[in-house]
Design a binder for this molecule. Structure first.
Ligand code: SF4
Ligand code: SF4
Length: 136
């Protein structure tokens, strides 16, 4: 799809070609036809052509709209405790492959609390062991 659109009101005056600072516009006279050319790789999206066109033939408005286009949509993995999105399923798959086991889906906060929980359990076990030793 071409993002640079010139509508049927264009009369081939070439004002846009002459005033494009990036040489992104050109033309070709082909037998009975004048063909206007645009090169997207060169285009600086400055909209000069749009401003200058006497026919208002260049439909550049959609370039200037402050909108976000969705370019891709990926499956998410959520923290198993709070449901917060953490990473994409593709990243999880790649990481699992690297470490050779499944990853527990936990957000940073719950990973931390899980770690603290494990430490607390270890501490408790030691306390119980020491208490038992004291009694014997
Ligand atoms: S937007 Fe600017 S750089 Fe692109 S074709 Fe128009 S005048 Fe040239
Ligand atoms: S300035 Fe407008 S009318 Fe003239 S060639 Fe360019 S697009 Fe067509």
């Amino acid at each position: 799809m071409s993002y640079f659109v010139v509508n049927e009101t264009c009369n081939g005056c070439l004002a846009c070609v002459e005033n494009c600072p990036a040489n992104a516009l050109s033309w070709r006279d082909n037998g009975k036809k004048r063909v206007l050319l645009h090169n997207m790789a060169r285009c600086a999206r400055c909209a000069n052509c749009w401003r200058i066109c006497p026919q208002h033939a260049i439909e550049f408005q959609h370039f200037l709209e402050n909108i976000w286009d969705e370019v891709i949509s990926l499956d998410l993995v959520h923290c198993k405790i709070c449901g917060e999105p953490i990473y994409t399923a593709d990243i999880e798959k790649a990481l699992s492959g690297k470490i050779g086991r499944e990853i527990d889906p936990l957000c940073p906060r719950h990973k931390q609390s899980d770690f603290v929980g494990r430490q607390a359990m270890g501490f408790l076990k030691n306390e119980i062991k020491e208490a038992k030793n004291d009694r014997s």
